[in-house]
Design a protein around this ligand. Structure first.
Ligand SMILES: [Zn+2]
Length: 317
C-alpha cells in the first residue's frame, strides 16, 4: 500500500525534511544546507573548464515557456545543489574529495554514488515543493479544489511519493552502511574510456524498471568523470541484489567497447541525465547545427520520458 497523504506529511515532519535542510544519513541535522558541488570542482571540473566556465543544461524562461539549452555557467556554480550543510559535505566526502579517484577504492565509489543519489533526492524535493506551491496557488485562486484529487494536486503528491521511495532506497542500501563504514552491499561496474580527452562529467541516479511507489526501487547511480587528460571513468553503482536487473538494463553500454561504447553511453546520458557538465572546448567543436540537434533530443526525452533514438550526432565524447 502506498502511504496516505497524512502519513507522508508525518514522514516529512519527523525527519525534518524540508527545502534547504541537510540530507545527512541520519536525517537529523539542523544546519542549513549550503550549495555544494555534486560534481567535484577541484579535480573534475578543473579538467573541463575554460576561462572558469563549463556548459550545463539550463532553462531560460520566456513568454513562450521554458527554453532549455546548454549554457555557460561559472565553475563555482556548476552542478551545485543545497543538499548538505557545510560540515557534513566536508566530513562525509573527505575520502572522495582529498585524493584522486581510484576505480578500485570501494569507499570512494560508494561515496560517489551517495552524492549522486542525494543530488537526485534534492532535485525531486525541489520539484515536489514547486508543484505543491503551484497547487496551493491554484486552490487559493479557486481553480482547483482542496481535496487534492485534481491533476495538479495529484502531481504534487506523486512527486512526494517519488521522494519517499528514493529516500527509502538510499536508507536501505546506503545510510546505515555509510555510518558503519561498511561498503560491500553496493556493487560497482567501472568502465574506463581510454584515449579520451575530458569532454563531459555527469552524476545522477536513475531507476531501471518502472515500479509502483510502494515497491522497492531498482536503480543505479551513474557517475561519469574525467580523471586525467586522457582517461574518463564511468561508474555504475547498485545494490548487490539488483545486479542482474541493472546489468540487463545497461547491457548496451556495459556489453560494448571502444567508440560504440562511448556512443551507447552518450545516448544513456542524453536520455536520462540532466546533471551534466560539458567542456566548452569540446562543445565548440560540435557546431551550431549539431548542438541544436543534441538540445532538441534532450528536451524531447525530458518531455516524453522516452529513449533518445539513434543518430551518430548524439555522440557526446
Ligand atoms: Zn548537516
Amino acid at each position: 500500500m502506498a502511504p496516505k497523504t497524512e502519513d507522508l506529511a508525518e514522514f516529512f515532519r519527523i525527519r525534518k525534511i524540508g527545502f534547504g535542510r541537510c540530507l545527512v544519513p541520519t536525517m537529523q541535522c539542523d544546519q542549513p544546507a549550503i550549495r555544494a558541488h555534486s560534481i567535484q570542482n577541484r579535480q573534475t571540473i578543473a579538467l573541463l573548464e575554460q576561462d572558469n566556465h563549463v556548459l550545463a543544461w539550463q532553462p531560460r524562461f520566456s513568454q513562450a515557456g521554458p527554453d532549455i539549452a546548454l549554457r555557460r555557467i561559472g565553475r563555482n556554480d556548476a552542478s551545485t545543489f543545497a543538499g548538505f550543510c557545510n560540515q557534513h559535505d566536508t566530513e562525509l566526502f573527505r575520502p572522495l574529495d582529498t585524493k584522486p579517484l581510484d576505480g578500485a577504492d570501494r569507499e570512494q565509489l560508494f561515496l560517489l554514488a551517495y552524492r549522486g543519489i542525494t543530488c537526485e533526492l534534492h532535485a525531486i524535493m525541489s520539484s515536489a515543493v514547486q508543484l505543491q506551491s503551484l497547487y496551493t496557488a491554484r486552490v487559493e485562486r479557486g481553480v482547483d479544489s482542496a481535496d487534492s484529487s485534481s491533476p495538479s494536486g495529484q502531481k504534487a503528491v506523486e512527486q512526494m511519493l517519488l521522494f519517499w521511495a528514493t529516500w527509502r532506497y538510499r536508507h536501505s542500501y546506503y545510510d546505515g552502511p555509510l555510518l558503519r563504514g561498511s561498503f560491500d552491499g553496493v556493487e560497482h561496474d567501472v568502465i574506463e574510456l581510454s584515449s579520451q580527452a575530458p569532454c563531459l562529467a555527469a552524476s545522477s541516479f536513475i531507476t531501471v524498471r518502472d515500479a509502483p511507489f510502494h515497491e522497492e526501487l531498482v536503480g543505479v547511480a551513474i557517475n561519469i568523470l574525467p580523471v586525467s587528460e586522457t582517461r574518463t571513468l564511468a561508474v555504475f553503482s547498485y545494490a548487490k541484489k539488483d545486479q542482474g536487473s541493472v546489468r540487463a538494463a545497461l547491457d548496451r553500454v556495459l556489453g560494448s567497447s571502444g567508440d560504440l561504447q562511448k556512443y551507447e553511453l552518450s545516448k544513456l546520458v542524453l536520455s536520462r541525465i540532466s546533471n551534466v557538465l560539458i567542456s566548452p572546448r569540446h562543445y565548440d567543436r560540435w557546431g551550431t547545427e549539431r548542438a541544436k540537434k543534441i538540445a532538441d533530443a534532450f528536451v524531447r526525452t525530458v518531455e516524453s520520458q522516452q529513449d533518445v533514438g539513434e543518430d551518430a550526432d548524439f555522440m557526446l565524447f
